[in-house]
Design a protein around this ligand. Structure first.
Ligand code: PAF
Length: 296
């Protein structure tokens, strides 16, 4: 079946209604476009878990700060459309801003997940997660999918969305998918395109620092020690660290004695790009080294 492309809400609902009436399941992959292999992995996952795959492309003005890159964010709709059709997506929803925010995005009713939205990326990008939660809530209400799928590179975003879905009793399953990386470890991201060749060569330092942090935690270093070493390593490699933090994976709170499921999260500036990445670390009393992913 050829992929359908839709820009408005009435047509979206008209297309989804017969699928739903006949009991077929729908998976939604929300994106801002400029699709890379990481996004396409989400689409493949969607095809595996549901009968129909819907991908949205919407560069959401509400989640960008006034001095951020909303204007210059890469928009590559024709190319994205071809990649999605080749990947077997059933429906591309690519609404203009007036469809998502008919009264203007500044006047939009908002969804806020307090606490989780105010730390880490939320502290550096005030209002960002209100923008994310609001648009994802709207997309879920528009499409009413059975499953919604996100990449784990945006680990804090995933937790914000999980909490929103739980708090608002939204009837959807939220799935997170492992980060897809370049061969040198750099997490795939649309913002990698902002890097000059020299910056691109330095960028894998972010994941290297996370892997070293994982090793340090397994070897018994404290969260504080790992955090200061990580921030220093980034600066030594020519990145501008924003944060480098070890948190409890379930809620991003500070680690306390006995916590075993951890996540190391980092954000750093490199040229025009702000890169983020994270590494899950599971410490078990029996096999403390078994579960940390690492590149060679
Ligand atoms: O991760 C993204 O691309 C965006 O934050 C999302 C989830 C599509 C909301 O605009």
């Amino acid at each position: 079946m050829p992929m359908v492309v839709i820009e408005d809400l009435v047509s979206l609902r008209r297309c989804l209604a017969p699928w739903r009436r006949s009991g077929r399941s729908i998976a939604l992959v929300p994106t801002m476009g400029n699709l890379h292999a990481g996004h396409l992995a989400l689409v493949r996952e969607a095809r595996g878990v549901a009968d129909h795959t819907l991908v949205s492309i919407f560069v959401n003005p509400l989640q960008f700060g006034p001095s951020e890159d909303f204007g210059s964010y890469p928009r590559t709709l024709a190319q994205d459309r071809a990649s999605l059709a080749a990947e077997g997506a059933d429906l591309l929803f690519a609404p203009p801003v007036r469809t998502v925010y008919p009264h203007g995005y500044r006047e939009q009713t908002r969804v806020e997940v307090p606490g989780l939205s105010d730390i880490l990326c939320g502290a550096s990008r005030p209002g960002h997660f209100v923008g994310v939660a609001t648009v994802v809530c709207k997309l879920l209400n528009m499409a009413q999918p059975d499953v919604v799928i996100f990449g784990e590179k945006d680990f804090q975003q995933l937790l914000v969305i999980r909490r929103m879905v739980e708090d608002l009793c939204l009837p959807v399953e939220v799935r997170g998918l492992a980060t897809v990386r370049e061969p040198d470890g750099l997490a795939m991201s649309s913002r990698n395109g902002y890097l000059s060749p020299a910056e691109r060569a330095r960028a894998p330092a972010l994941y290297r620092a996370l892997c070293r942090a994982g090793d340090g935690l397994r070897a018994g270093l404290t969260a504080g020690e790992v955090e200061s070493e990580g921030a220093k390593a980034l600066a030594d490699d020519g990145l501008g660290p924003d944060y480098f933090r070890v948190c409890r994976a379930s809620d991003l709170q500070a680690v306390t004695t006995g916590d075993r499921e951890l996540v190391v999260l980092a954000a750093a500036y490199l040229g025009k790009a702000r890169l983020i990445d994270n590494l899950r670390v599971s410490l078990t009393p029996y096999n403390p080294v078994a579960t940390v992913e690492k590149v060679d």
